[in-house]
Design a protein around this ligand. Structure first.
Ligand SMILES: NC(=O)c1ccc[n+]([C@@H]2O[C@H](COP(=O)([O-])OP(=O)(O)OC[C@H]3O[C@@H](n4cnc5c(N)ncnc54)[C@H](OP(=O)(O)O)[C@@H]3O)[C@@H](O)[C@H]2O)c1
Length: 298
């Protein structure tokens, strides 16, 4: 039996990991917040040691980007200290770690796609706390893959797609059109993380380090919203008139990268994992969400 610890099991990525088919003989352990509080790193080592795990997928995180600006301590505990504790214990037990990280470690000023070797320069507390987690894992010496992803959506949890569907009954909507990124479906990230961890479990010499995984096509939030509303319109639903606005007209507590498109070729080269087609995944997500809505489930 291979036991894999997955954190953040109630979240978009962790929940999607739990929903995948795994090879026979794999046992997933997805502890709740009451079983393991990522804000309390002291609990983590004993939890991992006692659990007899063969690998860890660390997808739990403090993801409230704006709230983090006023909650630095919790953000750093969950996103910095918890990954550090997982990495330290994984090193001691000689088990691999797949850790999910973010495009928000970059400052967004690059023209073109970010590669893994580009310098990190987070612009807010959330990005800085995730960068701290990355650095802790890298410096621990454990076997690891840090999978940076971006603009996550799914039928589970809170995300931009669900927000747009919720606002679809408004007559008009403005959406930021000068931030570019690559939308990524959580089930696709889960499949990528699964492929990486299974490789690590079967090959001690599997590649280690930082990798990027995201949707294939870069788009602005306005472009992303337009595609969501196109899919709703195709279901004969009324949609708002959407107008593009600059970031300065939609101020938020945390500064976002203007460009966070990620280059995924390193992951393709080392693990054979291709970027996902986010428009295809978006159509399935909208189908799932609207189906549930029509059935009165959400
Ligand atoms: N969402 C995005 O757009 C995005 C973009 C780039 C990268 N990422 C990264 O992708 C990964 C997965 O994100 P996601 O969108 O799946 O996140 P999510 O839906 O917000 O879920 C976060 C998960 O972390 C858990 N968690 C948070 N604080 C915890 C604590 N103190 N103790 C125990 N569990 C705690 C949550 O549990 P509860 O249900 O108990 O709160 C939840 O299961 C994260 O590492 C994130 O940084 C996300």
């Amino acid at each position: 039996m291979t036991r894999i610890l997955i954190t953040g099991g109630t979240g978009q990525v962790g929940g999607s990991l739990g929903n995948l088919n795994w090879p026979e003989g794999t046992e997933l352990v997805l502890p709740s917040r009451s079983e393991i509080d990522l804000g309390n790193a002291d609990q983590i080592s004993s939890f991992v040691r006692d659990g007899g795990f063969d690998a860890i997928i660390s997808s739990g995180a403090y993801t409230a980007v704006d709230k983090a600006e006023d909650d630095l301590l919790t953000a750093f505990k969950v996103n910095g200290l918890a990954p550090a504790a997982f990495a330290e214990t994984a090193k001691e037990l000689d088990i691999p770690v797949v850790h999910i990280s973010t495009d928000y470690v970059f400052n967004g000023g690059k023209i073109g796609r970010y590669v893994e070797t580009d310098p990190i320069d987070p612009q807010g507390v959330y990005g800085a706390s995730k960068a701290a987690g990355e650095l802790a894992i890298q410096s621990s010496g454990c076997r690891h893959v840090i999978l940076r992803t971006a603009w996550v959506f799914s039928a589970i949890g809170a995300n931009f797609v669900k927000t747009m569907i919720r606002l679809a009954d408004r007559p008009q909507l403005t959406v930021v059109d000068d931030q570019t990124g690559c939308p990524t479906a959580a089930p696709d990230i889960a499949r990528a993380a699964q492929a990486v961890v299974l490789r690590q479990l079967t090959d001690r010499d599997a590649p280690s380090g930082v990798y990027h995984f995201c949707g294939d096509e870069a788009v602005t939030w306005f472009g992303f919203a337009s595609e969501i509303f196109r899919l709703l319109e195709a279901r004969s639903l009324a949609v708002p008139a959407v107008a593009p606005i600059p970031t300065r007209d939609y101020p938020t507590p945390a500064k976002r990268p203007a460009n966070s498109a990620l280059d995924t070729s390193r992951l393709t080269q080392d693990f054979g994992i291709e970027p996902c087609q986010w428009r295809v995944a978006l159509a399935s997500t909208v189908e799932e969400l609207m189906g549930d809505k029509e059935k009165g489930l959400s």
